[in-house]
Design a protein around this ligand. Structure first.
Ligand SMILES: C[S@@+](CC[C@H](N)C(=O)[O-])C[C@H]1O[C@@H](n2cnc3c(N)ncnc32)[C@H](O)[C@@H]1O
Length: 391
């Protein structure tokens, strides 16, 4: 496992700043004239305040509160805006701020790019507050949940009756299992959700796929829309009004389904009703990929399989898309992959007592421990690191 001391300061703080071009685009989409107050929960170098200023909105907002945990950054932003009586920069942990103001204060607009910090990098106190934010709003809390989730939940709780939130968050919100409760919470709490996705990486340095999340409170019918952009330049031609909302259901289901427009859903429905077609799921099982936690260790070639006598605990595997060609993948293709020394077998050790494992299997597991193959995060949180779940 990567320990705190191994990680860069930037990573521990989740400090990857939003490009001004993106902040400007987000502010233009959500800000309006009649806003009583704005909150930026983790302002970094203050780019969202800069955007409000450059779009001539800052002076018209009676209260702009920006929170930042890092002293130097908070000081810098405070200095930049020291002439503005309506701007308050607080050098504080947002999680503490939230506990202090929740129930007493709401915001018309919340803007930001919350820190993406893995659970294991949070302090004990932060973990506790994060858990209580999640569980007190009906969500489960666990070690897979990244700090941005708690920031988003807390900020939605701080919105006023018709408040809006615009956040830069990881694109994985659309489908990951650990965000199931979050998707349900957001669909319960918000009336309109807009997600702007980008084909090209907005943060190339960290290879993190992000999206812009815009949530609106209110009493209107619930709706969601996903708008696909290629890059930040596309904001220039974006016309939000030409993209209608689809009905948002109160479900944990993946939001990727909303990529399909209402019109496209109709076409799919008509094909479904047409008896000439059968469903792919009638012919084959469809499942998500397997999270081994260490693909190099758990996917093996023929030589390793033979050496450690693993054939009784391996399953056929297409480890990479380059291992399959064309529409069909038959046993013959698989055999060819084995013969050409591809890692075409997945080890799936059984959940039986370790003592009952054959010696050769134990030898392979010991080899893994010797080479620290078990130290990665996903393996380290399993009861038995060498048993891959949900195969
Ligand atoms: C992804 S950066 C974004 C900064 C800025 N909002 C932007 O969009 O450029 C996240 C920021 O959150 C700050 N941060 C991390 N943990 C925090 C916490 N618990 N409370 C407040 N700020 C925090 C980091 O120092 C960093 O400046």
């Amino acid at each position: 496992m990567r320990l705190k001391k191994d990680s860069s300061e930037q990573k521990l703080r989740g400090a990857y700043y939003t490009p001004l071009q993106l902040a400007n685009a987000m502010v233009s989409l959500v800000a309006s004239q009649n806003i009583a107050n704005v909150l930026e929960p983790s302002c970094g170098d203050g780019v969202f305040l800069d955007s409000l200023a450059s779009l001539n909105l800052l002076d018209g907002i009676p209260d702009v509160t920006a929170v930042e945990i890092e002293d130097d950054e908070a000081e810098k932003v405070r200095n930049n805006y020291r002439d503005k009586k309506n701007v308050h920069v607080l050098n504080e942990d947002f999680l503490d701020f939230y506990q202090r103001v929740y129930g007493k204060q709401t915001y018309d607009l919340i803007l930001g790019n919350p820190p993406y910090i893995r659970y294991q990098y949070l302090t004990e106190e932060q973990r506790e507050i994060q858990s209580s934010i999640l569980t007190s709003h009906g969500m489960k809390s666990n070690k897979l949940i990244n700090a941005w989730v708690a920031f988003l939940v807390a900020c939605v709780q701080l919105l006023s009756e018709n408040g809006k939130i615009a956040f830069v968050i990881p694109a994985e919100i659309l489908q990951v299992v650990y965000a199931e409760d979050l998707r349900l919470f957001l669909s319960n709490q918000l009336s309109k959700i807009t997600l702007l996705t980008f084909e090209q990486l907005v943060f190339p340095d960290i290879e993190q796929e992000i999206l812009v999340f815009i949530g609106e409170k209110g009493k209107e019918e619930k709706g969601i829309r996903i708008i696909e952009l290629s890059n930040l330049e596309d904001f220039k031609k974006l016309d939000l009004n030409s993209n209608g909302f689809q009905k948002l259901k109160h479900v944990k289901e993946k939001w990727t389904k909303y990529f399909v427009s209402a019109e496209e859903i109709k076409v799919i429905q008509s094909i479904r009703d047409d008896k000439r077609f059968s469903k792919f799921s009638d012919l084959a099982l469809i499942n998500v990929g397997i999270t081994t936690g260490n693909n190099t260790y758990f996917s093996v070639d023929k030589q390793t399989t033979d050496k450690y006598e693993l054939s009784s605990v391996t399953l056929p595997l297409i480890g990479r898309s380059s291992h399959a060609h064309g529409i069909y993948f038959t046993d013959k293709d698989w055999q060819e992959n084995i013969q050409s020394d591809k890692r075409a077998m997945l080890i799936s050790f059984p959940d039986t007592p370790y003592e009952e494992y054959p010696d050769k299997h134990k030898e392979y597991i010991e080899l893994g421990e010797k080479n620290e193959e078990n130290k990665g995060y996903k393996c380290s949180i399993r009861d038995r690191w060498y048993i891959v779940p949900s195969v």
